[in-house]
Design a protein around this ligand. Structure first.
Ligand SMILES: [Zn+2]
Ligand SMILES: [Zn+2]
Length: 347
């Protein structure tokens, strides 16, 4: 099979690899689509660890091609994968927070992921329910967005975003925009987006944000207060890993509101903040990363109803051109990049 491998920071290549044979409890998928995550770009930049030689790609949709004994799926099943290999018995796993498992490994970082024609699904991943069926109505190139959309749902649920919740999304990159359209589907209002790039502000406007702000030329604090009856936003999500965005987020949230640091930040830097603002405001400052199995299930059900989801992927590559998926993200061209495999989706 043809496979993309991460060799070292700045170096991904496409090589021949032996087609994996599933053992007992394992599956082999024929990949349909895998999208590139900002965290893959962080690995490429050397800001986040991945094992040298690993096949990247953790936003995965495919079709079951070979079934190991007792794996519990049938050939031809259309599936998505939650890339988290969790132990199933630590304190986090037993309450359903497999994404915080203390013995967690992840496809695309520690184990081979989806930027290859075929993917071996480990038995430990299947055992925790991390292969999920995709309804026929959902094309597999959209189903590949289940992982980023589930991460977004985890973020929105943490912020208790629902009908009538005011939400400020800081950054309108692919993940900020995914927050916008999913929050809209959940009934959040008003939704405010702050983004310095004009092209991205235009997309946020077109995709239904109630208020779109340019932080470089507008007074975001005054605008957010004006749009929320003077209180500040019920929830603020920081979708870009810039340390300079943390203190403004603390200013924009209302008392007893929630700030979620959704993005990962460059390592070895800190942010000073005034703890009294958190104390007297009873503000919750949190982070979120990946999602629970239950949030994956909900996301698959929700994806078909999320407006503009079919416009999130703007750059498509075949496996031979997978390294270009990285360069287009580094150049910030378009939104999501997808590695797509011809002739797999039977939707
Ligand atoms: Zn991702
Ligand atoms: Zn665990």
């Amino acid at each position: 099979m043809r496979a993309t491998i991460f060799e070292a920071p700045g170096k991904v290549s496409v090589v021949d690899r032996a087609t994996p044979e599933p053992g007992p409890g394992e599956l082999r998928l024929r990949m349909a689509a895998a999208s590139l995550c900002a965290s893959d770009v962080r690995v490429y930049r050397g800001e986040k660890y991945a094992k040298p030689g690993v096949v990247p790609g953790h936003e995965i949709a495919g079709v079951v091609e070979a079934v190991g004994e007792g794996a519990g799926f049938a050939e031809g099943d259309r599936v998505v994968v939650c890339p988290v290999v969790a132990c199933g018995h630590c304190r986090f796993c037993i309450v359903g927070r497999q994404n915080r498992c203390v013995d967690r490994r992840t496809l695309g970082y520690d184990l081979d992921g989806g930027f290859a024609e075929q993917l071996l699904v480990p038995a430990e991943l299947l055992r925790v329910g991390h292969v999920l069926p995709v309804p026929k109505s959902l094309p597999l190139d959209i189903a590949a967005l289940t992982e980023p959309a589930a991460c977004t749902l985890n973020s929105l649920e943490l912020c208790e975003v629902g009908a009538g919740t005011s939400l400020l999304i800081m950054g309108a990159g692919p993940m900020g925009l995914l927050h916008l359209i999913m929050a809209r589907a959940l009934g959040s209002s008003p939704i405010i987006v702050s983004e310095p790039v004009a092209e991205r502000r235009a997309i946020a406007e077109r995709w239904g944000a109630d208020l779109v702000l340019d932080p470089e030329s507008q007074d975001v604090l005054a605008e957010v207060k004006a749009a929320t009856g003077g209180y500040g936003a019920d929830a603020v999500v920081v979708t870009v890993g810039l340390h300079a965005m943390v203190n403004p987020a603390i200013d924009y949230v209302r008392k007893q509101g929630v700030i979620n640091l959704f993005a990962g930040f460059p390592p070895n830097q800190t942010v000073p903040f005034d703890p009294n603002i958190i104390h007297y405001g009873e503000i919750i400052l949190s982070g979120s990363q990946n999602a629970t199995t239950e949030q994956y299930r909900k996301t698959i059900a929700l994806l078909g109803q999320v407006p503009h989801i079919d416009e999130v992927v703007t750059n498509r590559y075949d496996i031979e051109h997978a390294p270009e998926a990285y360069s287009s993200r580094l150049a910030m061209s378009g939104l999501k990049s997808l590695v797509q495999f011809a002739g797999v989706d039977s939707a």
